[in-house]
Design a protein around this ligand. Structure first.
Ligand SMILES: *Cc1c(COP(=O)(O)O)cnc(C)c1O
Length: 386
């Protein structure tokens, strides 16, 4: 059996993989078993922030591997506390809880929201408002939070206490706050899986005000849009708001599983002994990698992300074959006249890997993709779309 047949035989049928067997890579280039190269505009769904086999990240991870690979949270280790300090410096949040994925980060964020509201307003205040078209992860609670019905079917009953309102509709949010006993409001500032849709500045600012006025916990899911992806350390900074809870994962680990739930001033002491926990959470190898990633996300890199993002955005926007372009920084989606699956397949044949998000092509390159490669990939996108 070849790898395609083995995969079909042994692995659950949940992924629709492209027919490429990847073996290795360097930076923004990745190679298949025949040695064919691809420009990687997906970076493992926004994970490989500094590309594949990044030297500094490998050094950080392997050095730590040679010291201690895992300790559990019964003891202290350096990488864990060093990464926490760095994340707090970059985000302005006050305390962090480490776990292993985006879904878990959100689960713990939701626990923080519920506990705060239960203590402050009473246990009947458990409703969390989220947005239609959102994506918050695959656990049953995150599916309940996710505002897309396709994810809900067949898995009922989901965790109760979530309602969805349309994005960019402040009246709908205000009405929901009046009609329910609300604990929190949770949003992605830039909806990723929903089609790379940034919320409007005006909406996010007003929503944050409504939360403040009603003592509703404001939670930003920055699993995809965080860690420099949008040209800001965290996307909420583009909007000038101060969330109470920020969750992240994907890019923060640079390729090893790492999730973070960050708490702001209002909720920094919400968890007490035994409230949350994780065997692997704060794993020293993952955190050492995280330190390597986060310490290199600085103002100069962010400026570069914004420049490259605006180059790509403008190029795509000017094409006749493209109907819609959306996004922020190096998180970009576009809808071509041709079907998205055709675009993805043709680009693959021409040596460019991209992602999809609903009916759009989604582009999440490494933040340090060399300009020449970005230009080369852009020319190939232009050729395929026109
Ligand atoms: C990917 C993603 C998640 C889920 O993260 P996992 O690590 O796959 O659990 C949650 N929220 C958003 C916005 C995401 O993009």
């Amino acid at each position: 059996m070849d790898i395609f047949e083995k995969d079909k035989e042994y692995i659950v049928n949940s992924y629709r993989r492209l027919p490429i067997h990847l073996t290795n890579g360097k930076g923004s280039l990745v190679y298949d078993e025949d040695g064919k190269s691809y420009i990687d505009l997906g970076s493992g769904i926004g994970v490989n922030v500094f590309g594949i086999a990044d030297d500094q990240w490998i050094k950080a991870v392997t050095s730590q591997l040679n010291l201690i690979q895992h300790s559990s949270n019964l003891y202290y280790t350096d990488p864990c506390v060093n990464l926490a300090k760095l994340l707090i410096a970059k985000s302005g949040m006050k305390k962090v809880f480490f776990c292993n994925s985006g879904a878990e980060a959100n689960e713990n964020g939701i626990k923080a929201v519920r506990k705060y509201a239960a203590q402050k307003k009473g246990s009947e205040y458990y409703t969390i408002i989220t947005l239609l078209n959102s994506f918050h992860g695959r656990t049953l609670t995150n599916l309940a939070a996710t505002g897309q019905d396709v994810f809900h079917r067949l898995y009922q009953p989901l965790t109760p206490g979530f309602i969805h309102v349309p994005p960019d509709d402040i009246d709908a949010l205000s009405k929901a706050i009046k009609e329910h006993k609300v604990a929190g409001f949770m949003m992605e500032c830039v909806q990723g899986e929903g089609g790379v849709c940034p919320l409007s500045l005006d909406y996010v600012k007003k929503a944050a005000c409504l939360c403040e006025e009603n003592d509703i916990v404001l939670m930003c899911d920055e699993v995809q849009c965080g860690n420099g992806r949008t040209g800001y350390y965290y996307a909420f900074m583009h909007y000038g708001i101060n969330p109470d809870v920020v969750t992240t994962a994907k890019g923060v680990g640079g390729g090893l599983p790492l999730g973070v739930c960050m708490l702001g001033e209002k909720l920094k002491d919400i968890f007490s002994y035994g409230d949350v926990g994780s065997t692997y959470g704060g794993n020293p190898v993952c955190c050492a990698g995280g330190v390597s990633i986060m310490s290199r996300i600085d103002e100069a890199l962010l400026l570069d992300v914004r420049k490259k993002g605006s180059y790509l955005f403008k190029k795509l926007k000017s094409l006749k074959g493209i109907e819609e372009v959306s996004g922020l920084g190096l998180m970009i989606g576009f809808k071509a006249k041709k079907p998205t699956s055709d675009i993805i397949n043709e680009l693959m044949k021409n040596g460019v890997l991209v992602l999809s998000a609903k009916d759009k092509v989604r582009i999440l390159p490494a933040l340090n993709i060399p300009m020449e490669l970005l230009e080369e990939a852009t020319e190939k996108i232009i050729a395929v779309c026109e």
